[in-house]
Design a protein around this ligand. Structure first.
Ligand SMILES: [Fe+2]
Length: 344
């Protein structure tokens, strides 16, 4: 079947051979172009899309053998039929190993040339169709993977909300931490991708509390060092829970969200700028929400008092640049923190 849109470029240094092939293939309904050298071939391929090149192996200057890899590298969807003398079929076969699709022998049997052209163009159409299907399939798998991931993350988020809702002191904590962390991320001009990672890390940062003993967590008094150590396992447990469905950056933010900037946190292995930026942001947001939340053993701190405490912890527990960004937001948008911390 001839597709009227398909273009064939006939490459041969002998005008008589080009004319012979052109007459036959035009008669079959193909659009034909001619080139007498490698340079002219590349010029023509550059200027208009070509489905098939019939390429003479022996040409003065750059030969067809030398030109073939260049054509295949730059125009992978252009098919190539090598034209060769009967005595040199082994060279033609070598060309097929290097990407040529078929070969025809000189002197030409024109009917055989037509059969080769038809077959090669048909094979090309099928290959394009397969590539298109593969791409479509990959897009579909990609989309479904994203949907499954979103569903799973949504389920974990719901689990966190349910865990927090059981306790009036922590209800809505992760949602508020997310709002604050996102405001800091915006202030620090994080990229869109980094903000999306920060959003998931914030929403899920305390999911590991599922492994924490409720009695210890709600203890109405000062924790013993052992109890504190037990509660702190939630950072690594949480990182392990979300690991199969989030990227490494989100995992690290959750794992390090209780790290101290000066390296004095429990079992801490990195400090300062080596702590992921998302974890340093989470630390400020988490500290602020914890201080402005009521606890069984103390009243909630005011926004002003909590901000003063954040200022005091700059450079020790908290990253000074992140704390600065948070305090800038507070000074510029005084109502924002009141809205976020509002429990009604
Ligand atoms: Fe935490």
């Amino acid at each position: 079947m001839v597709n009227q849109q398909e273009r064939i470029l006939i490459v041969d240094d002998e005008a008589a051979i080009r004319k012979l092939l052109r007459r036959k293939l035009s008669g079959e309904g193909y659009q034909c172009e001619e080139a007498d050298s490698a340079e002219q071939t590349l010029d023509k391929l550059r200027s208009s899309p070509t489905e098939l090149v019939i390429l003479d192996i022996k040409m003065p200057g750059k030969s067809g053998i030398e030109l073939l890899p260049e054509v295949k590298a730059n125009y992978p969807h252009t098919t190539v039929i090598m034209a060769t003398a009967v005595t040199e079929t082994s060279i033609a076969i070598q060309c097929m190993n290097q990407g040529a699709d078929d070969y025809v022998c000189k002197p030409f049997n024109l009917d055989e040339v037509v059969v080769s052209v038809v077959r090669t163009l048909e094979k090309r159409r099928l290959q394009l169709k397969i590539e298109e299907c593969q791409q479509h399939l990959e897009e579909k798998v990609d989309q479904q993977t994203k949907e499954i991931r979103k569903l799973f993350l949504g389920a974990i988020e719901a689990l966190v909300s349910a865990l927090e809702a059981k306790d009036k002191y922590t209800a809505g904590h992760s949602r508020r931490v997310t709002d604050i962390a996102m405001a800091i991320g915006k202030e620090l001009r994080l990229s869109t991708d980094d903000k999306e990672d920060l959003r998931w890390a914030s929403l899920l940062h305390d999911v590991g509390k599922i492994a924490v003993n409720q009695l210890i967590q709600n203890k109405p008094g000062k924790l013993t060092p052992e109890e504190y150590e037990h509660i702190m396992i939630h950072a690594s447990v949480g990182a392990g829970i979300v690991k199969p469905v989030v990227n490494e950056k989100v995992v690290e933010m959750i794992e390090h969200h209780h790290d101290h900037y000066d390296g004095t946190g429990l079992h801490q292995v990195v400090a300062g700028e080596d702590i992921p930026i998302g974890a340093r942001i989470l630390a400020v947001a988490d500290a602020f929400d914890a201080m402005t939340s009521e606890r069984p053993y103390r009243k909630a701190m005011s926004v002003e008092a909590a901000c003063a405490e954040i200022e005091r912890c700059q450079g020790t527990q908290l990253d000074p640049a992140v704390a600065d960004a948070f305090l800038r937001i507070k000074n510029r948008e005084s109502k924002l923190l009141d809205v976020i911390t509002s429990r009604t």
